[in-house]
Each structure stands twice: as structure tokens, then as C-alpha cells.
Design a protein around this ligand. Structure first.
Ligand SMILES: [Zn+2]
Ligand SMILES: [Zn+2]
Length: 283
């Protein structure tokens, strides 16, 4: 695989492909996001990926063009499929939530979009009616469905889950890798990103079609950004605690539960054999 981080000044750009605005559960408005990206980051491409809606993303794309900002906006959506979150990019129409992962991937690709497994090995396992879950699709869905890429750098989950995604992808799946901050506040934008050859959204699209032409990576969090994020998540944290202790939903937060892990081990052997034939040539 190419190490794009060494070519950052030679035509390689950064794209933050995962963030939320106040059109879903994020804090900032579209205008605030655009202004922050313009003035505080060196991102060349961003994707607004609100939960189950593209209204903010469509607005952002138009506004960035109108105001001649130095970066481009991709219309995205983080779709809540039955099995977990799936990111859709380059969308023209919204994709409805609640479908199976298979139907969701198909619906995204049918309109020329790219389907990407969002934080695939992170699961909250908490079902509180007032909270948006943050579940990834897990190994079986990843192995079965035809995703265009996999998110292997998400700034808002434990690194263990990112590492798991990288290891499984590089040994079994061989999908292109993306990085996105999953920012819900301005200061989190750019904390994870995708490196790609070129500058524009179209360049990124081309890179996502060729294996090994994108690279997912992190930026360091500052203490101030962490503090601001904790403040933002405090009400959600209280809600979480209530759902665990008061509503007797004592499902623990885990990355992969035992059943999933056993299933993974059973399937791993089979997939290893398959992957020997499918493994693409390194670029
Ligand atoms: Zn998510
Ligand atoms: Zn998200």
C-alpha cells in the first residue's frame, strides 16, 4: 500500500468524510461548519453525513460553491440500517433508514453513490428511545455485502475498534479505507481524515475506486477539544447512565460480543481461503 502521508505536500490532500450538523444530532449549523473548515483546517474535501437525512449536506454543498470556499462538500448520509450505521457518499436522494444492510448498500449504489461501513466494530448495545445508537454493522455484514470502502479511522470511538477494522480489512476484505472525525462539535472536525491523491471531490471518487489509493489517519486531540466534546456529550452520558441503571437495561458497552467473535472465528478460515484468490495486486 502507498504511504500517502509522505506525499502530503506533493498533491495529496485531506478529506474529513464523517461529520454531523444540527440537521441531526450535531451541535453546529451548516454555516458554522463551513466557516470552521475554511478558516481553521487544511481539509480540501468534507462530507456532511447527518443521521438519516441529506438536507444539511445539500445546503452545505450549494453554500460552499456560492461562497467560493477553498474546499468541496460531498453530500453524504449516515444511514441507520437494521444491522448498524452505513455511510452513503455522492448521494442525490436520501436513503431511508430501517432497511437491511443489503438493501441500504444497494440503495446507495443504485444512485451512483459509495457505501462505506461506518465504525464497523463499535457497538453501543444500548437501546434508549431518546438516543441515536452508534452501532457498526459488524463482521458478518462486512464479509457478505459489497461495500465500496470501510471506515478504519473514526476519531470518536476507541482505537481498539479502529485497529480491528484495519486488521480485518488488510487480511481479509481488501477494501479501500476512509477516515472521518464523526464530529458533533466544531473542534472535532479534522481529527480523523482520509488522505487521497488530488484535491477535489472528483479526485477522491476516483481514488476510492482504486484499491490502496486512500489512507485513513488521525490528528491529535488537544485537551481543549476533548473538554468541549465532554461538555457536549454530558447530557447524553447522563441519559446513558439512566438507561443502564434506572431502566435496568444492563447491556454492557462492548466492541464485539462473544457470539459475534465465535462466529467470526468460524468464518475466518473460510474467508482466508477465499481471499487468497481475491487478493488484489498491491499498487
Ligand atoms: Zn455512526
Ligand atoms: Zn456519525
Amino acid at each position: 500500500m502507498l504511504d500517502l502521508s509522505k506525499s502530503i505536500k506533493k498533491g495529496v490532500s485531506k478529506a474529513d468524510l464523517h461529520m454531523h450538523s444540527n440537521h441531526s444530532d450535531g451541535n453546529p449549523s451548516i454555516e458554522e461548519i463551513l466557516e470552521y473548515v475554511q478558516n481553521k483546517t487544511d481539509l480540501k474535501v468534507i462530507a456532511i453525513t447527518d443521521h438519516d437525512t441529506i438536507t444539511g449536506a445539500v445546503m452545505a454543498k450549494k453554500l460552499a460553491k456560492k461562497l467560493h470556499y477553498k474546499f468541496e462538500v460531498i453530500v453524504g448520509e449516515e444511514v441507520t440500517a437494521k444491522e448498524g450505521h452505513i455511510l452513503g457518499y455522492f448521494l442525490k436522494e436520501p436513503v431511508k433508514p430501517g432497511m437491511s444492510a443489503h438493501e441500504t448498500v444497494k440503495a446507495i449504489q443504485a444512485q451512483g453513490g459509495f457505501a462505506v461501513a461506518s465504525h464497523p466494530f463499535f457497538r453501543t448495545r444500548l437501546k434508549s428511545p431518546n438516543m441515536i445508537t452508534m452501532d457498526g454493522v459488524g463482521f458478518m455484514v462486512l464479509a457478505k455485502e459489497k461495500f465500496d470502502a470501510i471506515e478504519t479511522a473514526n476519531a470518536c470511538i476507541w482505537e481498539r475498534a479502529n485497529r480491528k477494522a484495519r486488521i480485518i480489512n488488510r487480511s481479509l476484505l481488501f477494501l479501500n479505507e476512509t477516515g472521518g472525525s464523526d464530529a458533533h462539535i466544531l473542534h472535532a472536525i479534522g481529527k480523523s481524515y482520509t488522505l487521497f491523491a488530488g484535491e477535489t471531490a472528483e479526485d477522491l471518487r476516483r481514488c476510492l475506486k482504486r484499491w490502496g489509493y486512500t489512507q485513513a489517519t488521525h490528528e491529535k486531540w488537544t485537551a481543549w477539544s476533548v473538554f468541549l466534546y465532554l461538555i457536549f456529550f454530558m447530557p447524553k452520558g447522563i441519559e446513558l447512565m439512566k438507561s443502564i441503571f434506572l431502566k435496568s437495561e444492563r447491556r454492557s458497552i462492548s466492541l464485539l460480543n462473544k457470539r459475534e467473535m465465535n462466529r467470526y472465528k468460524r468464518e475466518k478460515k473460510l474467508l482466508e481461503n477465499l481471499s487468497q484468490d481475491n487478493k488484489p495486486k498491491e499498487v
